[in-house]
Ligand binder design. Structure first.
Ligand SMILES: *[C@@H]1O[C@H](CO)[C@@H](O)[C@H](O)[C@H]1NC(C)=O
Ligand SMILES: *[C@@H]1O[C@H](CO)[C@@H](O)[C@H](O)[C@H]1NC(C)=O
Ligand SMILES: *[C@@H]1O[C@H](CO)[C@@H](O)[C@H](O)[C@H]1NC(C)=O
Ligand SMILES: CC(=O)N[C@H]1CO[C@H](CO)[C@@H](O)[C@@H]1O
Length: 268
């Protein structure tokens, strides 16, 4: 019987609605919302601007749901979804814990809007993409430099977040340099008098960190460039990282959202 600690789960640039991770989390005693934000039913077909009002509505929905235990909600996102979660944590109230899997901590290729505030895009230059021997694209270096480091105006103001943030990073991320971005985010937090966040960094691990035992996806269509790109990762190291990252995510949410004791543990 509920209510249960609530978690909103957001995927990346692929769009649509992906529910499997939220379903797996629900098996651990969380009330989860898998949130689509574009290219699904009546949502916009593309995603050139990020308006936080839509995500604020999802927070409101969760906080007022009878099966959700307040007063805070957890956020879990990967890639673009991670940056959306970091933006929500920075601008919206009642976010108790945020997990960023391979996020950038920046606005990336979009303007982030919330009320009167907007964060300009960091932008990129496709001329910095490389074609690998297999013919697939490597876009790891296309993003513009974070000039000014953690004070770059395209950084998400994560120092405003109320709850703790857990950064999960694949050292072989070929989507972008999530390792460097997590370090920069950490510097930003500390420069603003916040505690150093927990960063879990996995060697040989690519961009697309999924729940345990999901096959590693070495390359797929990237909607930003409309081409097949490599994500990075070595099969064995990546698979091991997925098993560990999942345990870390579960214990982080249990620690900061509370109340998932007294349940039978599922195997996954
Ligand atoms: C949001 O958090 C505040 C402070 O913890 C709490 O008083 C309030 O009830 C929360 N809002 C909701 C809708 O749960
Ligand atoms: C981060 O990205 C790298 C590179 O694609 C990937 O191997 C790794 O699995 C990702 N990490 C997570 C936690 O998703
Ligand atoms: C993506 O590329 C394919 C061909 O590779 C093309 O047919 C399609 O129109 C492109 N889509 C967009 C949105 O540009
Ligand atoms: C600001 C910015 O870099 N916008 C780019 C986002 O990505 C698309 C697709 O590559 C480009 O057309 C935009 O110029």
């Amino acid at each position: 019987p509920g209510p249960f600690p609530g978690v909103i789960d957001i995927y990346g640039v692929g769009g649509g609605l992906l529910e499997y991770r939220a379903s797996l989390l629900a098996g651990h005693g969380f009330a989860t919302l898998a949130l689509a934000f574009y290219d699904f039913e009546d949502l916009p077909k593309d995603y050139s601007n990020l308006h936080l009002d839509y995500f604020e509505e999802s927070m409101y929905y969760m906080l007022h749901h009878p099966q959700v235990k307040g007063p805070g909600i957890g956020l879990l996102g990967i890639s673009l979804g991670a940056d959306i979660c970091l933006s929500m944590a920075s601008f919206l109230k009642n976010v108790s814990a945020t997990v960023s899997i391979n996020g950038s901590g920046t606005s990336g290729n979009r303007t982030i809007h919330y009320k009167q505030t907007s964060i300009p895009p960091l932008g990129h230059d496709l001329r910095r993409s490389q074609v690998t021997f297999s013919g697939l694209l490597d876009i790891v270096d296309i993003r513009n430099d974070l000039v000014g480091g953690h004070e770059n105006p395209s950084m998400i103001p994560i120092e405003r977040a109320e709850g703790p943030i857990l950064f999960i990073v694949g050292q072989d991320d070929h989507n972008w340099r999530s390792d460097l971005y997590a370090q920069t985010a950490s510097e930003r937090l500390q420069a603003h008098g916040k505690e150093k966040p927990q960063i879990i960094s996995y060697p040989g691990t690519g961009h697309y960190i999924e729940p345990p035992y999901f096959p590693m996806c070495p390359a797929s269509l990237h909607k930003l460039v409309n081409k097949t790109v490599i994500w990075g990762g070595e099969f064995r190291a990546h698979a091991k990282a997925q098993v560990d990252a999942w345990q870390q995510i579960l214990s982080f949410f249990s620690r900061h959202l509370g109340g998932t004791q007294n349940r039978v543990s599922p195997k996954l």
